[in-house]
Design a protein around this ligand. Structure first.
Ligand code: PRP
Length: 183
């Protein structure tokens, strides 16, 4: 069964995403200040975006994968962010950029940013491919944003529904019957 048939419409295609990822990398390079750079990938959603992004950054950066989750399989944030920052130990004083697929309520990024600073990382910036247009209670705002999108549930390019659809090479909206058949 092919995943494409579950998609109602494509929001951002491969070419559009590729071009914007290159622009984001250029924005990061423009802020290079000689300090060691670490990309912290928020798993699993940030995986696809980050692998394309870091291949556009020809500098001596390090990569760490961070286990983070807040949605626990559903379509709405549980309000509880679980994370493990052990991979960031030993990176004190460095320039850290957290990379994630989407900034929705912002709770995940706010929680992570605060925890990273408490750990002693020098500076913490954040980069998200998508930012939903909505009212938020959090104070944090990502320094790098690929696209601002409407407040609707999207999948693909790392984003999942019930752990599926991360492998789509584009960002799309699921057909409503996919939810109704699985919930
Ligand atoms: C998703 C997404 C972000 C976060 C954004 O992660 O990847 O990390 O939620 O939501 P927020 O801004 O409302 O906090 P999820 O918990 O679904 O885990 P996943 O990355 O493994 O899909």
């Amino acid at each position: 069964m092919l995943v494409h048939q579950d998609i109602e419409r494509v929001l951002l295609d491969e070419e559009v995403i590729k071009h914007r990822v290159e622009e984001l990398a250029a924005e990061m390079l423009a802020k290079e200040d000689g300090r060691p750079l670490v990309l912290g990938i928020l798993m699993k959603g940030g995986l696809v975006f980050a692998t394309d992004l870091f291949r556009c950054l020809p500098v001596r950066l390090e990569i760490e994968c961070l286990n983070v989750s807040s949605y626990h399989g559903g379509t709405e944030s549980s309000g509880e962010v679980r994370f493990d920052l052990e991979p960031l130990e030993g990176h004190e004083g460095k320039r850290l950029i957290l990379v994630d697929d989407i900034f929705d309520t912002g709770l995940t990024m706010e929680t992570l940013k605060r925890a990273c600073l408490e750990l002693g990382v020098g500076t913490v910036e954040s980069c998200v491919l998508l930012k939903k247009k909505k009212e938020r209670e959090v104070a944090v705002n990502p320094e790098y944003v690929g696209f601002t999108i409407a407040d609707e549930f999207v999948v693909g390019y790392g984003l999942d529904y019930a752990e599926k659809y991360r492998n789509l090479p584009y960002i799309g909206v699921l057909k409503s019957e996919v939810y109704t058949c699985c919930e």
